[in-house]
Design a protein around this ligand. Sequence first.
Ligand SMILES: [Ca+2]
Ligand SMILES: [Ca+2]
Ligand SMILES: [Ca+2]
Length: 681
Amino acid sequence: MRPVRVFLIFFLLCHLLAAEENPYRTVVSEQAEETPATGATTVITEKEIEKKQKGQVADLLRETPGIHVATAGGAGALTSLFIRGGKAGHALVLLDGVRLNDPLSVENAADLSDITADAVSRIEILRGPQAVIYGPDAMSGVVRIVTKRGGGRPALSLTGESGLVDLSTDHIAVNHLRTGASLRGGTENGDYAAAIYYRDTGGYSAAAGHDGNIEEDRSRLLTLNGRAHLFLSDHLTLGASIRAASADTDLDNGPGRYRDDINHTFESDRLFGRVSLDGSFFDGQWLPSWSVAVSHHACDDRNAPDGTGDEWGFSHAGFRGETVEASWRNDITALPLQRLRAGLVFNAGFGGSDHRTDREHDITALDIGRKDTYGLGLYLQDIVSPVEGLDLTAGGRFDLFIHRTHDTAIDSAGSTVVADTDRLRMLPRGTFGVEAAYRVAATDTRLRAGAGSAFKPPSLFQLYSRYGSEFLRPEETLAFDGGIEQRFWDRRVSLEVNGFYQETRDLIEFSYGCDGMLCGRYRNLGWLVARGVEAIVVIRPDEQFTISANYTFTDTDSWEIVSYDGGRWRDTRPVLRRPVHLANLWADWTPDNAFNANFSLTVIGPRNDIEYRYPYQPAVVRLPPAVIGSLALTVRPGPLVDLFARLENLFDERYELVRGYGTPGLSLYGGMRFHFEEARP
Ligand SMILES: [Ca+2]
Ligand SMILES: [Ca+2]
Ligand SMILES: [Ca+2]
């Protein structure tokens, strides 16, 4: 397996770094780690991740304001993120600075199914458009996942966990296993962190059990993470990070009644890597960063006939995609009271897919050959602080999106090809972001207001698939938001309220309507408006207790402009999987270092979804609200060991995140973790 080999090379490199340790040396920090200064932001810390024991980053994101997560099936199935009412492809997800968005997915969206929380130290959620710094696709928000960094004495930790998923079934069995090891350390010359985890989980059917599906589906996932820094001098740090994830997941034949399939599988191998050189010159007044990030996605959907509903024959769809991004970023603080950030980014995306089947009449929409797209971005952002407490941010960016179009000209008789040419199509776009934030020191109040824009180029699928068009324009969005943050009672209580309005035009959506042989195509006819309020309260009466709660109201409208009979009409489109009401509560009790108990509650309001009814007519349905609770306990009997246990879906709620797909009922997990640290000399 290729990821294992890459990981072993990484491990060897870590050992080469091993020299005398000195964790106290100040180092040039890596820009991939930085906390953003502006916008409506939520940060999930390492402590919180550890306490909540959630296996997946998606489960942690679900508990933050403005976010809904939908999984179409069991563990390992496609997991999509919706921020502030945007589409799944409107959320940009970065892991250690590498884009996770899959160039071969329909919307170029990130699939969070294989992003486990094992090696993660921090998750930052930036809501609203973030195009100036993050470029294309940062439409409704950006999620930055940062993995654990090494440092200090070498420390090894071993984890083992097992679980009973879905206790409500009549055949209770141990159907979950998670095991792994992580190593962290630092020397005078650098630091390193590496982790390997394996998870095998199942216990319920991907196609919903209440629709008569009884075959359990499993998912096996191996992940490898590595991150290292080499301090070249007082001014330069070389950084490298890799993540490899190899998953093998059982699927069924879509949602609905009796869709079980015993041999329909989805295999994915994803590899993400980044190398960076971070500098600090002129007493830290110029911080340049050069980096190259790559991603590789290889996915295979296989289904052989077995007499359970796929009697039509064998099917195999393969998807291969890569991205490369090279960037040069500079932070300049040469002038007093201002911080300037400027950068240049080049990116390329390659990919293709092919679909083989023995069904002669099969529509090979998934067969799009191998294609490429390119992007070039140039940005400048300045933060000025003219008076104490006031920060004014203004930034602008220019992007050029480049892809190929293929022209085939046919002679007047309509039979002979007279010209067959490839052309480069260039689409320039400008984006901006402005914000004013003011902190009133006397009352400990922070006021903030901002506006920003972003764009999203059409995906490879939207450009080149059978339903695509090479002449699609990028989607464009404009948003306004503002908020107030107030702290009370010696900062033991904080209250934050944000309001937002976001309008997206030229939305690329599948539009029905016969055009030659095709009854539908991707067109730039859609509009999406999302407006809402996020309220967040955190109460920390003393060191032992934390209670935090958030509520998000999101009102979305979507429509398409259609031309019919010489007139133009506004045709309302259903907005799927975006609940109007979302609420979360988290109560945490840490009486001392040896014990922690915490309780989370997520309430997902009603939302629209699609149901495919016989004979395959899509109908919009309303999914009822869901209340999902979980309870997690950690006990530390000694410095070497942690014992942990959690109950998920505490109230055994029967709910769906995507219509027709299963979710687990009440589940119990438990395990232990051992820590070994090199003794002090
Ligand atoms: Ca099944
Ligand atoms: Ca299956
Ligand atoms: Ca099959």
